[in-house]
Design a protein around this ligand. Structure first.
Ligand code: GDG
Length: 757
């Protein structure tokens, strides 16, 4: 299906920073453009939005305007931001900004997600402020939001926002993109338990979550599995109420902007101006924000090694190092700035001559044209981050090389390396290797330079920033259809009314209810799922209505069912129907089964239980179950697959069935299941109303055995043979409570319907 099938929507972009900076000077608001890869890239996509044949036409950008704004100016800023920048400012106090931005964002998340655990601070106060500021952003978004808008949240500052937005407006479509790496589980788990759960849960409020590389996507899925216990299927996570898609979208650049600029007379002139005073030297360039993740010190050290070990390059090569001021006042950054300056001083002191300075160090913000001129005059770009989500500088250099020459040296720790295989890749911790790479780069013949650069250019031109943003927003709009597919069977108000009407007008009613996952949420230890007093009362009240039969139909053993529900006037089916106890009668077996196979199967299950800490074997009269709910989720999943395979092969010629449920594998006699049990009980009377509720695939046997007109309902958003889905056990209880109230009304008809619902 193409985008044109969608009605035009408005895109709400949310990021920490707005695309402009504002300050109050001489009593007036002054605006300036804001640099930064995220803002620049998105701005160029948004600027072209209205021209494209796209389902998205308009946008509003929500974010912080770059300064604390005096209350007296707020209204004016709101108006001007709307009129001039399509933007809506979120106001934060100095204290909030300090604890949120410098605190949690840049002293906790930034270092940790870039694999600098020793730089990471863990301060409760900052975490609380992070939560608070995410709420402030939520309010800001709600101020401009219309119900059919599409929201796209950006980056690590706002990881709790998707959930907050979803809570405020459940039907809203929300996307999230992370611009920095998502670390592996071993790093992510260093966050305190409630923080890491809240962050994952916050992100899962989105319908689509995007990362730059496949690795980050896998890391995220792994953390969701290990920390929240949610599995995924090809990147689709089935949460209790929704499907969340997780995908890789490598961010591109505005390719044309750089290639056009590089060819423009202004930039060419600027390039000449920069190049001339340097004389006949080769230029190696680096451009980055001052940040410990960028590997600036290693790069300098490597350059020193080059000059040390290859005297022939002295006087022949210059390192032009652009460093953009960033996070001034933060201890690590100030310290690093001093170290860089010392090392630059040392190298220049050791090697300079009257006519040659080896390192030209520029600590400032460079205007765009000058930046492109730098790209254009440099023979080599040296990009050496220790970790980098993507790194756009590497891509911009390639795009600016319109003559096709130039060499890119790129760290294998940058996301960009996945797309730029023709670069010379280096390990940024290995200074000798960087130095060797510089030597290699300075000597690569022109035709090889061209063939490498051209290949990369073709790729970057195609997958540019517009493509990236279009792919993401397109995919986000598609998630509505995925949700709809899953929601098509979701029991709506009308279906519920119809069910209640049918219930009221019939007189021979049977309710077949699964227990775990249907009447009560799944818990990690089966014994902890004991029914509450309220639930027992609810079941009793349903079972004592004249004309009602209630059956609890479960995979549990008969001892447990007897202990929990034995005193209730209900029928019980245990071990998926192996045992049945009709109301007021004794337990019996509708079909004779044997258990002489158990010793052999148990031996197999034990091998697998020994291999997996946390796994346990449950023995029932005519079945054996291997549970792995409390085991390591990934290892558990792997061994469960292996075990299923083993068992299926082993039982091929035996009258046994192997069944996989929620974190359990069960083996039992063939020919008995919840379907046969349900049929047995249905045959007891001429029922004219059937309600059948279950949550996993063992309940599908039951749904399959029902007449078409029965009300079959599967709990959870999975594909099913049942006629309807309900999201959670809580929804089931609500339905059963409504039925109980209607029953009371049937028994004492003077009550009106409206009072009972
Ligand atoms: C984050 C992630 C990811 C730099 N100096 C000047 C200047 N810039 C522009 C560059 C480039 C951008 O800033 C820097 O982008 P990077 O990607 O290199 O790095 P971060 O700022 O750390 O960005 C990163 C990115 O988000 C996007 O997802 O790639 O991994 O850390 O566009 O050109 N621009 C101007 N003057 C400068 O002095 N005009």
């Amino acid at each position: 299906m193409t985008e044109n099938h969608h009605a035009p929507k408005r895109l709400i972009v949310v990021s920490n920073r707005l695309p402009f900076n504002v300050k109050i000077e001489d009593g007036t608001l002054q605006y300036a453009g804001s640099a930064g890869g995220v803002a620049t890239g998105l701005a160029s996509y948004l600027a072209g939005l209205h021209q494209r044949a796209n389902a998205l036409r308009e946008y509003v950008w929500v974010g912080w305007p770059g300064a604390t704004i005096d209350a007296a100016f707020e209204e004016q800023l709101k108006r001007e931001a709307r009129e001039q920048y399509n933007s809506h400012p979120v106001f934060l106090t100095d204290e909030e900004m300090d604890q949120f931005y410098f605190g949690f964002c840049n002293s906790t998340i930034w270092p940790l997600f870039h694999y600098f655990p020793s730089y990471t601070a863990y301060q409760e106060k900052q975490w609380q402020q992070y939560r608070h500021v995410n709420e402030v952003f939520c309010k800001g978004v709600l101020e401009v939001l219309r119900p059919d808008d599409l929201v796209w949240v950006h980056d690590y500052h706002l990881m709790l926002l998707p959930r907050l937005l979803k809570q405020a407006m459940p039907s809203l479509q929300v996307g999230f993109f992370l611009h920095i790496p998502f670390p592996s589980f071993e790093i992510f788990r260093l966050l305190p338990g409630s923080w890491r759960r809240d962050i994952l849960d916050g992100l899962l409020g989105a319908d689509l979550i995007g990362f730059h590389t496949f690795d980050y996507t896998q890391h995220f899925l792994q953390c969701v599995l290990r920390i929240l216990g949610l599995e995924h299927n090809m990147g689709q996570i089935l949460t209790p109420d929704r499907v969340v898609k997780v995908e890789t979208f490598p961010m591109g650049i505005d390719y044309e902007k750089f290639s056009t600029a590089a060819n423009s007379p202004e930039v060419k002139q600027e390039a000449q101006k920069l190049r001339q005073p340097l004389g006949d030297v080769k230029i190696i360039l680096s451009v980055d924000r001052l940040d410990y993740t960028k590997g600036i010190l290693n790069r300098l050290a490597a350059f020193e090694i080059l000059l040390d070990t290859h005297a022939e390059y002295r006087g022949k090569v210059v390192l032009v190092m652009n460093v953009v001021p960033s996070r001034i006042g933060v201890y690590e950054y100030d310290k690093m700035k001093r170290q860089i300056e010392e090392l630059v001083g040392k190298i220049n002191g050791r090697f300079s001559s009257i006519e040659w300075t080896p390192v030209i160090y520029l600590y400032r913000n460079t205007p765009f044209e000058t930046l492109v001129a730098h790209y254009a005059i440099s023979d080599v770009a040296l990009v050496t981050p220790l970790r980098d989500g993507m790194n756009l500088v590497a891509k911009e250099y390639v795009a600016s090389r319109t003559e096709g020459t130039g060499v890119l040296i790129l760290s294998e720790m940058a996301g960009a390396v996945k797309e730029l295989g023709e670069a010379i890749t280096i390990n940024p911790n290995n200074r000798e290797e960087i130095s060797d790479a510089m030597k290699q780069a300075l000597e690569i013949p022109l035709d090889e330079q061209k063939s490498r650069i051209r290949t990369m250019q073709l790729r970057l031109r195609r997958y540019n920033v517009n493509r990236w943003a279009q792919d993401f927003t397109h995919e986000l709009m598609q998630t509505e259809q995925v949700q709809n597919k899953f929601c098509a069977k979701l029991m709506n108000f009308a279906a519920k009314e119809e069910l209640i009407d049918a219930y009221r007008s019939r007189s021979r009613r049977i309710l077949l209810l699964d227990y775990d996952g249907t009447l009560t949420p799944l818990v990690s230890h089966p014994a902890a799922a004991r029914p509450t007093q309220e639930l027992l009362q609810l079941i009793t009240s349903l079972a004592t209505v004249p004309g009602n039969s209630v059956v609890l139909i479960s995979g549990r053993d008969k001892e447990t069912l007897q202990a929990w529900f034995g005193a209730l006037p209900v029928s019980l089916a245990a071990e998926h129907g192996t045992w049945i106890r009709e109301s007021g009668e004794e337990w019996k077996m509708p079909k004779q089964l044997t258990s002489d196979w158990k010793a052999q199967i148990r031996a197999i299950l034990e091998i697998y239980a020994d291999r997996l800490p946390g796994a346990m074997i449950e023995e029932k009269d005519f079945s054996l179950a291997w549970h792995y709910r409390t085991a390591d989720p990934e290892q558990g999943l792997m061994l469960a697959r292996e075990l299923t395979d083993h068992l299926v092969t082993f039982t091929a010629n035996i009258d046994l069935q192997v069944m996989r449920g929620h974190k359990v594998i069960e083996v039992r006699g063939a020919g008995v299941n919840k379907g046969t049990a349900a049929q047995y009980l249905l045959a007891k009377d001429q029922f004219d109303f059937i309600l059948s509720l279950g949550d996993d695939w063992t309940d599908e046997d039951m749904f399959g055995a029902m007449p078409e007109w029965a009300y079959t309902i599967r709990v959870g958003m999975a594909g099913t043979h049942a006629r309807f889905n309900l999201r959670t056990p809580r929804d089931v209880l609500r339905l059963l409570e409504t039925i109980a109230k209607v029953s009371a009304e049937i028994e004492s008809p003077e009550k009106t319907l409206s009072e009972t619902r």
